[in-house]
Every structure is written in structure tokens, then in C-alpha cells.
Design a protein around this ligand. Structure first.
Ligand code: GDD
Ligand code: MN
Length: 387
């Protein structure tokens, strides 16, 4: 009997109706990882006889082969991978498809690259030098894949700067580097979820995406929609909540300015009253909805309020004279001037709150200040929101 704690590498295989591929996959993995203490963990959602096939193959396999068959109803490649990561014996995990489109012979290459010690994730890339995506079903899928990859990289220029193929389903990950609690796996793109949530050190190894050994692809229009939802949530999570609250505040602000000026109040006085009211309202909403996950590590509540209130008043102090200037020189309405200045203020306010008001009490000293600033801003803008 092998000792479990001797497992140095866990190979996670999500499967959905892959019965004809199981034996060949285990055979090729076994041959490929010669000399590495590894286990295979199948996370299976099949409705066919795949689980029986896995049990049969496991019985005669020369390495530990485990099966998690999830109760009917639980489905999804992304959640299967996350479950596999949690159950793996080793912290070092390779995720590989069960249909042999990913060559098992690359597993030791990924593993050796990881042992170099400078990466938390080693991506098997179709788009790095030497890799190919010819196994994609047709021209349309190749184009869609290319376009989606380009868009995704453009949306996460910092996190994905070293990643040519964030959509691949073949990668090695050191699970200690991942915040499993923050992952919101949906759809197929679990690697993107892992890479977009946190700054990780990424290395790449090129590979040829092959044709399926047997069976058919489970990719669908539905997976495409999942992907769009995932991108939106990843990219605009926290910032969009901040924007919603800011927009709400702006509407209230405008309404107060309008109501008070209608009542004959001087527009500057009206603007001040409106600003103070919305500053306090916004702060309370932000505490509850936007930065709730950062309160524990940040300075105390009154301190945060003082910083936020101080910033917003300073901002209003600058904004109101600018607004007055706009009204006096451009002869635009007070409402329009308020609206314009509020838009500019929004961006500055988000930056300030993310990086100053809710900054963790102490920061690491291993990166330069400028770099840390940009990464932190990036992290805040995209971290998951709650509504
Ligand atoms: N457990 C589980 N549950 N596994 C699933 C599910 C599910 O709901 N859906 C699919 N799988 C498994 C399949 O059995 C296969 O082993 C693997 O996930 C990939 O599914 P395919 O149906 O072969 O998808 P694909 O070849 O179209 O997509 C591949 O390429 C994409 C890049 O173009 C995958 O590698 C994707 O992860 C990758 O994004
Ligand atoms: Mn496939």
C-alpha cells in the first residue's frame, strides 16, 4: 500500500460522460509520470457508466486513482475542479481534461517547471510559442476562442500579463497560493477565475491541443453565456457596486440641489447641503456593500469615517468652486455642472477609498510602492461585489 502523504502531485480530472476515454487516460498518465509520486482524482458528474469504468480502471491501476461521483444535479466543470482541488492529497495539482485533448505527457513538464520554484501556476498554453489549438472543433470556435482570449487579456492587463491562454483547461496550480473561498466557479473557465482573483506568479509551457480521443464536447452556447457573466463579475464586481452607490448618491444629490434651488435657496448653499447628506449616506452604503470584506483588516470604523468624510469634504470644497466657475463662465445650469464634476470625482473617490480608507493596516514591503499601488487598485476594482 502506498502512503498517501507520499503523494507529490495530484492530477485532477473533471469528467462528464467520458467512459471510453478513462482507461486510455489512466494508461497514458501512468506512463507519463514515471518517477513522480502522483494520484489521479476523478471528479465526475456523469449520467452514463463513467463511474463504473473509473472504478474498474482504478482496481488495476499502479497509482492511486480516486473517484468522487457527485450526486445528480451538481454539475459544472468549474465546481468539479474546485472540489478536486479541495480533496487532493497534494498541494500541487494538475488539472487536465478527461478526453485526451490535453496530452498527459506534458504533466511532468508542467511539474518540473513548477519545481523551478518561481511560479504558483504553470499554464499549458495553446497560444504560447510552439502551442497550437487545432483540436478546437471548427474555424468559428477557433475565432471565438482567439477573440475571447484577446478581450479577456485586455480586461485584465495586469493579472494576465504573463498568460497567453487564460482559457485553457490544462494547468498546474499550487493550491496554497489560491484563495479557494473567493472563487466563484461557474462555467468552464476555472483558470481565469483563479488568475483574475489574485496576483499569482505564472509560467507557461506550450502544448498542442489535440482532437478528442472519443465522445463529444460539452461546450455549448450556455457555457458561452457563463463566460460573459464570469468576465463581467470578475472585472466589474466591486467597482460596479461602487458606481451604483455613487450614481444613487448623485441622483439624490441632484434632487436635493434641484429641490432647494426651486425653493429659492442659493445654489451654493443647496450644493453644500446636498453634498453633506450624500457623503454620509454613501459612506454607510459603502461600508455595508462595497468594502465589507476589507473592514476587518482596515483601520477602525470611526477612523474610516473620518478619512472618508474628510476626503469627500475636501473633494466637495474643490468641486464646488469648480462648479461655480463652470456656472459663471460657461453659463451652464447648476445641475449640469454638479453632474459633470461628480463624474470626475467618482473615479478619484474610488481610488482613494480602495487604497487609503480601506487599506490594510500594514502592507508587505517586497514590492515597490508604485507597483503595489497599481496592483492594489487593480485588485480592488475587480474583487467580487455583493448585491
Ligand atoms: N465533472 C464535470 N462536470 N466535468 C465536466 C462537465 C461537468 O459538468 N462538463 C464538462 N466536463 C469535463 C469533460 O468531461 C472533459 O473532461 C472536460 O470537462 C472538458 O470538457 P469538453 O466537453 O471536452 O470541453 P471542450 O473540449 O469543448 O473545452 C476544453 O477546451 C476549452 C478551451 O477551448 C476545456 O479544456 C475547457 O476547460 C477549455 O476552456
Ligand atoms: Mn474537450
Amino acid at each position: 500500500m502506498r502512503r498517501w502523504d507520499a503523494v507529490h502531485l495530484s492530477i485532477i480530472v473533471p469528467t462528464y460522460n467520458e467512459a471510453p476515454n478513462v482507461a486510455e487516460l489512466v494508461r497514458r498518465v501512468t506512463a507519463a509520470i514515471e518517477g513522480i509520486e502522483a494520484e489521479i482524482v476523478f471528479v465526475d458528474d456523469s449520467t452514463d457508466d463513467t463511474p463504473d469504468e473509473i472504478r474498474a480502471v482504478a482496481a488495476s491501476a499502479s497509482l492511486p486513482v480516486r473517484l468522487v461521483h457527485r450526486s445528480s444535479g451538481t454539475r459544472g466543470l468549474g465546481t468539479a475542479v474546485v472540489e478536486g482541488l479541495a480533496l487532493a492529497e497534494s498541494d500541487v495539482c494538475v488539472v487536465i481534461d478527461g478526453d485526451l485533448q490535453h496530452p498527459p505527457e506534458l504533466i511532468p513538464v508542467l511539474y518540473r517547471r513548477f519545481l523551478d520554484g518561481d511560479a504558483d501556476v504553470v499554464v499549458a498554453s495553446r497560444y504560447a510559442g510552439g502551442g497550437t489549438a487545432t483540436g478546437l472543433a471548427d474555424r468559428t470556435r477557433i475565432m471565438v476562442s482567439r477573440a475571447a482570449t484577446a478581450l479577456t487579456r485586455a480586461m485584465f492587463p495586469i493579472r494576465l500579463r504573463d498568460v497567453s491562454d487564460p482559457m485553457t483547461g490544462f494547468f498546474l496550480v499550487d493550491r496554497r497560493a489560491v484563495d479557494a473561498a473567493h472563487l466563484r466557479p461557474r462555467g468552464f473557465k476555472i483558470l481565469l477565475e483563479i488568475l483574475a482573483r489574485k496576483n499569482l506568479r505564472v509560467a507557461e509551457v506550450p502544448f498542442d491541443f489535440a482532437d478528442r480521443h472519443a465522445g463529444e464536447s460539452k461546450a455549448s452556447m450556455r457555457q458561452g453565456l457563463h463566460f460573459v457573466a464570469q468576465l463581467t463579475a470578475l472585472r466589474f464586481g466591486k467597482m460596479s457596486l461602487f458606481a451604483v452607490i455613487g450614481a444613487l448618491g448623485a441622483v439624490v444629490n441632484l434632487a436635493i440641489v434641484w429641490a432647494l434651488t426651486q425653493l429659492g435657496v442659493d445654489y451654493i448653499v443647496a450644493a453644500i447641503v446636498a453634498a453633506e447628506t450624500t457623503i454620509i449616506g454613501n459612506f454607510l452604503l459603502m461600508e455595508r456593500f462595497v468594502f465589507h470584506d476589507m473592514r476587518a483588516a482596515a483601520s477602525g470604523g470611526w477612523m474610516r469615517f473620518a478619512k472618508s468624510f474628510g476626503f469627500n469634504n475636501a473633494e466637495a470644497l474643490i468641486r464646488i468652486p469648480i462648479m461655480a466657475l463652470l456656472v459663471e463662465t460657461w453659463h451652464i445650469s447648476a445641475v449640469l455642472a454638479t453632474g459633470l464634476t461628480l463624474v470626475v470625482a467618482f473615479v478619484v473617490r474610488f481610488v482613494f477609498h480602495s487604497l487609503v480608507v480601506y487599506a490594510p493596516r500594514k502592507a508587505g514591503a517586497d514590492t515597490t510602492r508604485a507597483r503595489r499601488f497599481v496592483e492594489e487598485l487593480d485588485a480592488q476594482a475587480m474583487s467580487p461585489g455583493e448585491l
